[in-house]
Design a protein around this ligand. Structure first.
Ligand SMILES: [Zn+2]
Ligand SMILES: [Zn+2]
Length: 72
């Protein structure tokens, strides 16, 4: 059994809604931002999560959101 990230594979087409009401856009996975000493590093590899950066095209707000990996 293997898992995949629905956001990385393009299945997840709807982003979260920003505080301004605009739908946020997936800017890609941000695992590169985390080093081995970050708590997110182990979170990503052990908990089946892929962290993505979502940004709002309207106001420029961005946030990191952990996407659950799904079984194939
Ligand atoms: Zn992903
Ligand atoms: Zn916004």
């Amino acid at each position: 059994m293997s898992t995949m990230c629905p956001a990385c594979s393009g299945i997840l087409t709807r982003g979260p809604v920003c505080g301004c009401g605009e739908e946020m856009v997936d800017s890609g996975p941000v695992t590169d931002y985390f080093g081995p000493y970050s708590p997110y590093f182990n979170l990503h590899f052990e908990s089946g999560l892929c962290v993505h950066l979502f940004s709002c095209p309207a106001c420029g707000y961005d946030r990191r959101i952990a996407v659950n990996l799904e079984d194939m």
